[in-house]
Design a protein around this ligand. Structure first.
Ligand code: AP5
Length: 216
């Protein structure tokens, strides 16, 4: 069964991770974030982590081969059997084609591809104000979704700021999105899977639009 196989695409800092977590809570499906997987590899100091650290810090995309391998392995785990929410993958046409092949092999079909739309003018503020809980991965924003304490999250956990969440790296990240990821909009629109969701507004307003768009 593949009732809940979904993808989130959208520019960096659009709110994909935030909204993917909320949707996963409703669907009971796992969030599969290639960005989180790569950051975990970096924190663990694995060979993969060392290989991608510099590329990520510069705001460039890591190779298709690396992320396709990660996603293949992740989607084969039991918790993804009845659905998944992919966040940050695919990000290039070759990644989308590889996912099509993988799903075909698994006898599954995509249900929705959510495009979270946020204008570039709002992206810098969203990205530079982001903080992430060290243990829970909870995403905060200093202004729009503030943590309970100035420098600590829920339960007193430390707040981390990503090395690529700087004004200098936002430009290259937006450029990578425009050049390599934006072509996916037409790719999925042609397949009748694209659901455009306006990502401007409060977190709850965006969630309400998202849930309506995917019918949950
Ligand atoms: P990744 O981690 O995927 O980063 P991204 O796509 O740039 O997206 P972000 O995680 O920055 O943002 P988001 O849209 O999830 O926003 P969030 O919800 O956190 O990738 C990082 C790097 O890994 C890439 O640059 C690349 O190097 C590599 N990589 C990953 N996947 C890859 C792939 N498939 N191929 C190749 N390379 C890959 O929200 C942002 C902030 O805004 C938060 O503070 C949040 O609280 C706030 N916010 C959210 N919604 C709202 C709202 N409605 N109003 C106000 N603030 C809001």
């Amino acid at each position: 069964m593949s009732a809940n196989d979904l993808i989130f695409i959208g520019p960096p800092g659009a709110g994909k991770g935030t909204q993917a977590k909320r949707l996963c809570g409703k669907l009971g499906a796992p969030q599969v974030s290639t960005g989180d997987m790569l950051r975990e590899a970096k924190t663990a100091g694995t060979e993969l982590g060392l290989k991608v650290a510099d590329i990520m810090a510069k705001g460039q995309l890591v190779s298709d081969e690396i992320v396709i391998g990660l996603v293949e392995e992740r989607l084969s785990r039991p918790d993804a059997r009845t659905g998944f929410v992919l966040d940050g993958f695919p990000r290039t046409i070759p990644q989308a084609e590889a996912l099509d092949k993988l799903l075909l092999k698994m006898g599954r079909t995509l249900k929705h591809v959510v495009l979270l739309e946020v204008p570039d003018a709002l992206i810098v503020e969203r990205i530079t104000g982001r903080r992430t809980g060290e243990n829970t991965g909870r995403i905060y924003h200093l202004k729009y979704d503030p943590p309970p304490f100035a420098d600590r999250g829920e339960g007193g956990e430390r707040l981390l700021q990503r090395p690529d969440d700087t004004e200098e790296v936002v430009g290259p990240r937006l450029a990578a999105y425009a050049a390599q990821t934006a072509p996916l909009v037409a790719y999925y629109a042609d397949k009748g899977l694209l659901r455009r969701v306006d990502g401007v507004g409060s977190l709850d307003e965006v969630s309400a639009r998202l849930f309506a768009a995917v019918g949950v």
